[in-house]
Design a protein around this ligand. Structure first.
Ligand code: HAM
Length: 421
């Protein structure tokens, strides 16, 4: 018989993992609510050309990592590799900025056909935030503060540091590109064939390389910050000062370039020393021309996305304690007739807001009690043959010291509340 297997770079999340996700998702929703951002949901499948000009034809994402295919009507479609561009496509399509700026968030799977390894998957999840229509730099500071605040809420603040840079505007970058190409050409002999190819197509990205043998060369390369005009520099300095005033430690990284073409001015990454090469937990920046590029009016924007798999890997590395939901009651019954009564009592308890796990499968009472303990239930609700005849039920405290009590079925809730205190 053929055995089917998970595709490379994809993950199944069985409950031992997925409860961590559930915990984090609840935390995300409280955190995002406290900043007043609104949720947006867009499809996973988009027209391929949406990403080509925006994320950039020369980027790794568009150049070699998208899952692209032709559908039955020969339209080229792609699984979304990221969430910013689809969000902006939807906002422009529905004229959603008609009455002013918007603060939005999204959450869901993204797809990139990368070489799979720890922290790098082909289907991964992003929790993303986009603030549209705010000139900054105050909104840039809020966007960065949000990440800082989330790490604080998770108690891992010292383990993730902020790297900040400015990419200036398009003209400044073009000027810098020329200087940088000159620099790489002079040092061409030290570059491997792949970097030699990228030298012209994407000279800025070479600075971001993780290759150890190129580090010294990158350190000595001309710095983009030195080619920024006064306006761009002032924006950058104002943001840096705002961050310091908000108590956020800033690590300036003039080599931080980001792997997507749509950024200008502010770019940042939240990185951790605990995850090896996949160090970036969260990344983002400003994309002032992107909405216009997508057919909207000239509107500024900034956002970030958290890689949820990486955040969970980090939390696991730091032995973070994820809350796992356990039932309040575990219903144990001695026979099929008792089981039906148990289901009816469970119905009553659930309507009072309790969580109740009903045991099915008719095992011995001792086995059922063992399962109740393994599941971490607080109380057992036991119905034996005797209890059933007399319309009674027994509650047993599985974790505390209340022992057990047998009460009449008709007055169950009142007796239970008294016994539970
Ligand atoms: P990005 O840097 O491509 O930015 O991705 C953001 C985060 O997603 C990364 O820092 C990382 O944590 C996670 N990530 C990316 N690729 C993978 C992968 N293959 N496996 C696991 N995690 C991954 C963006 O996507 C931008 N749209 C962020 C943004 C929002 N900029 C402005 N607004």
């Amino acid at each position: 018989m053929k055995k089917y297997k998970l595709l490379a770079g994809m993950q199944d999340l069985l409950p031992e993992q997925s409860y961590k996700w559930f915990h984090l998702e609840q935390l995300f929703s409280e955190w995002i609510k406290s900043y007043g951002y609104d949720p947006i949901r867009t499809p996973i499948l988009e027209a391929t050309d949406l990403f080509i000009r925006t994320v950039g034809e020369e980027t790794d994402i568009v150049g070699k990592e998208m899952y692209t295919f032709r559908d039955q009507s020969e339209l080229s479609v792609s699984l979304r590799p990221e969430g910013t561009v689809p969000t902006l496509r939807a906002v422009v399509e529905h004229h959603y900025l008609y009455n002013g700026p918007k603060k939005l968030w999204y959450y869901g799977p993204m797809f990139r056909r990368e070489r799979p390894q720890k922290g790098r998957y082909r289907q991964f999840h992003q929790f993303g935030v986009e603030a549209l229509g705010f000139p900054g730099p105050e909104i840039d500071a809020e966007i960065i503060l949000m990440g800082w605040d989330l790490w604080k809420r998770l108690g891992v603040q010292g383990e993730i540091i902020l790297e900040l840079n400015s990419l200036g505007n398009l003209e400044e970058r073009q000027e810098y590109k020329k200087v940088l190409i000159d620099y790489w050409e002079k040092n061409k002999a030290h570059l491997d064939p792949d970097s030699q190819r990228r030298l012209y197509r994407n000279p800025l990205r070479l600075l971001d390389t993780k290759q150890p043998e190129l580090q010294a060369l990158c350190e000595e390369a001309p710095r983009l910050l030195d080619y920024l005009g006064e306006t761009s520099l002032r924006f950058y300095r104002e943001l840096r000062d705002l961050l310091v005033a908000l108590g956020i430690e800033v690590h300036e990284n003039p080599r931080l370039m980001r792997g997507l073409d749509y950024y200008n001015h502010t770019v940042f990454e939240w990185v951790t020393p605990h995850l090896g090469a996949q160090a970036t937990i969260c990344a983002g920046g400003r994309y002032d021309g992107l909405i216009q590029e997508l057919g909207g009016s000239a509107t500024k924007g900034i956002g970030f996305a958290i890689g949820v798999e990486r955040l969970i890997l980090l939390l696991d590395t730091l032995a973070y304690s994820f809350e796992r939901n356990t039932p309040d009651f575990y219903v144990i019954s001695q026979s099929p007739a008792c089981l039906l009564a148990g289901m009816q009592y469970a119905k009553v308890l659930r309507s009072e807001g309790f969580s109740v796990y009903v045991h099915f499968g008719g095992q011995k009472l001792a086995q059922q009690f063992r399962k109740a303990s393994n599941l971490g239930a607080d109380y057992a609700l036991l119905i034996g043959e005797e209890e059933l005849k007399e319309n009674k039920i027994t509650f047993k405290d599985l974790r505390g010291e209340k022992g057990q009590v047998t009460v009449s079925g008709s007055g169950m809730l009142a007796s239970l509340k008294k016994w539970m205190g």
